[in-house]
Design a protein around this ligand. Structure first.
Ligand code: DX5
Ligand code: ZN
Length: 227
């Protein structure tokens, strides 16, 4: 049985002085998505990039742009991200009041919709919104910075989320973000994770493309062992 594990390198850990080169490298290499971490210095303490930067790098890649909005005013700015070239827009459960409306708007803009959960937020809060989602992003670190350690209990969250799919008769992609490495990849893929976001373990290595394949292989192997 072949399991497809997608790798979404996070350009948060790329060399910002050569951001375009980094996007090209992973897009022409093995990346399945380009993961773009938008931070506002408010919902999370860090500040990164917004629609103009996304628009500038859009022509450099033919891979889906997986835009992770760690911002408080996501509901008001979705259009700007869609126009900049986002394919998947993920908002935080903790930062959006009218989540159903935001998800609807993302779909109306022609994008796939995701919802992300901080480490302390239980997956049960997604019960009513789950049938409307294309993707659920489980944060396996506290959002805001790359290079943090994987929070081990995230694996159980992935398992619990997978178990909710039968009741909702739906199967959004499960994406896991934070501290993903060759060591932690299998801990979440064996419970049903489909997409692994990896920042520092891709870009802070000598060979980012090899790192992508090593993480993917570790993730796939763990799914064989769980059969
Ligand atoms: C954290 C971001 C992550 C981050 C992952 O807030 O959402 O995407 O870049 O970086 P690593 O893989 O280094 O934990
Ligand atoms: Zn992210």
């Amino acid at each position: 049985m072949f399991t497809d594990i997608k790798i979404a390198p996070s350009i948060l850990s790329a060399d910002f002085a050569h951001l375009g080169d980094a996007v090209k490298l992973i897009s022409e290499g093995g990346a399945d998505f380009v993961h773009i971490d938008v931070m506002d210095g408010h919902f999370v303490p860090n500040l990164t990039f917004g629609p103009p930067v996304i628009k500038a790098i859009r022509p450099l890649s033919d891979k889906p742009f997986d835009v992770h909005l760690m911002i408080t005013n996501a509901e008001d700015t979705l259009e700007a991200y869609a126009n900049a070239g986002a394919d998947i827009i993920t908002v935080h459960y903790e930062a959006v009041t009218h989540l159903h409306r935001a998800v609807q708007k993302i779909h109306d803009l022609g994008c796939k919709a995701g919802v992300s959960l901080n480490p302390h937020t239980p997956v049960s809060v997604l019960e009513e919104i789950l049938p409307y989602l294309d993707l659920v992003l489980i944060m396996s670190v506290n959002p805001g910075f790359g290079g943090q350690s994987f929070i081990e209990t995230s694996a159980q969250k992935v398992k619990k989320l997978s178990m909710m799919f039968e009741a909702c008769k739906c199967a959004p992609l499960i994406e896991v973000d934070g501290g993903i490495s060759v060591e932690s990849a299998g801990l979440v893929t064996k419970h049903g994770a489909d997409v692994l976001v990896a920042g520092s373990k891709v870009f802070k290595t000598e060979d980012p493309l090899q790192a992508i394949e090593d993480i993917r292989e570790a993730g796939i192997k763990a799914t064989w062992q769980s059969i």
